[in-house]
Design a protein around this ligand. Structure first.
Ligand code: PPS
Length: 300
């Protein structure tokens, strides 16, 4: 990734604004013409998530499934954010996501996005590219995003925990409300066979089974031994200590504030929500999700 470090460090936190009906910041819209007209390929594999749902985890898993055997040097020399371009990323002084994706020579290209389903570039649908959507329960997503927002200037001002949770419930977040994002992708999945919808909580509890299902969706055949080796490499502690997977080389993040691989758990929300806040959140959640058949687990 080409970057001018000193220039990047002097950037200020962005403001939220309405972008085609979704709250966004210029860090993800500055390059919109190129994003909207992005030329997808039939063999592209997209990892789509609301932020903090396990994007990096699944990105690394896919990278190992596709390239672990054929390009082992990749594992020790290229950070995950360069192996898997972030499509709409357009932060001043960094290479854009589309520039990164356009010059990729791998096949397939693995591409990450946080776009809500209605903003996906149409070429992905026309080319019938495979899309893996990862969902994570709202409370743990909110907690993870809260810590992340504090550790990177790419995100808007976040405020204290109390006002942040209110904003989360009100959908005043980059990429809009969590509730719409997970539900709209879920709806799309019902009619589009090239979307594989998975859950962070299942990946934690049944990693082996989830890898099997991913392989079957992607048409990949790996031996049980290979899959077991990959399963071991994507464990939280392994990734946390892996400089090529833990973002520690990314200059937009301040690891003194928080680690990118922070806890990697289901249920850390219990260490953040007060009893009253939790009751209010649950009440509000029921209303917002009443028309969706989606079920998340907040503990395992
Ligand atoms: S981002 O910035 O949206 O791309 O972040 P994303 O990668 O989606 O999410 C980061 C959270 O995923 C956790 N994570 C993992 N959990 C369990 N096992 C593994 N291997 C793993 N890798 C990443 C990471 O720790 C962040 O969650 P929190 O709760 O903050 O720890």
């Amino acid at each position: 990734m080409s970057v001018v470090p000193e220039k990047a460090k002097s950037l200020t936190r962005p403001e939220l604004f309405d972008f085609h009906g979704v709250l966004m910041t210029h860090n993800f819209t500055n390059n919109w013409e190129k994003v909207e007209n992005f030329q997808a390929r039939p063999d592209d594999v997209v990892i789509a998530t609301y932020p903090k749902a396990g994007t990096t985890w699944v990105s690394y898993l896919l990278d190992l499934l596709y390239f672990g055997k054929t390009s082992p040097e990749r594992q020790t020399s290229i950070p995950i954010y360069e192996r898997v371009p972030f499509l709409e990323f357009a932060v001043a002084s960094f290479e854009t996501g589309t520039e990164q994706a356009d010059k990729m020579s791998t096949s397939p290209r693995l591409i990450k996005t946080h776009l809500p389903v209605q903003l996906m570039p149409k070429s992905f649908w026309e080319q019938n590219s495979r899309i893996i959507y990862v969902g994570r329960n709202a409370k743990d997503s909110a907690v993870s995003l809260f810590h992340f927002n504090h550790m990177t200037y790419i995100q808007p001002e976040t405020g204290d925990w109390i006002s942040y949770v209110q904003n989360f419930m009100d959908g005043k977040m980059v990429y809009g409300p969590w509730y719409d994002h997970v539900s709209d992708w879920w709806e799309k999945k019902q009619t589009h066979s090239k979307i594989h919808y998975m859950f962070y909580e299942d990946l934690i509890e049944y990693t082996g089974r989830e890898i099997d299902e991913l392989c079957s969706f992607l048409g990949l055949s790996h031996s049980a031994e290979e899959k077991e080796q990959i399963r071991a490499k994507v464990q939280f502690d392994q990734m946390k200590n892996n400089k090529m997977a833990n973002y520690s080389t990314h200059i937009a993040m301040d690891f003194k504030v928080s680690a990118f691989m922070r806890k990697g758990k289901v249920g850390d929300w219990k260490n953040h929500f007060t009893v009253a806040q939790n009751e209010q959140f649950d009440e509000d959640y029921k209303k917002k999700m009443k028309n969706s058949s989606l079920q998340f687990r907040t503990e395992i």
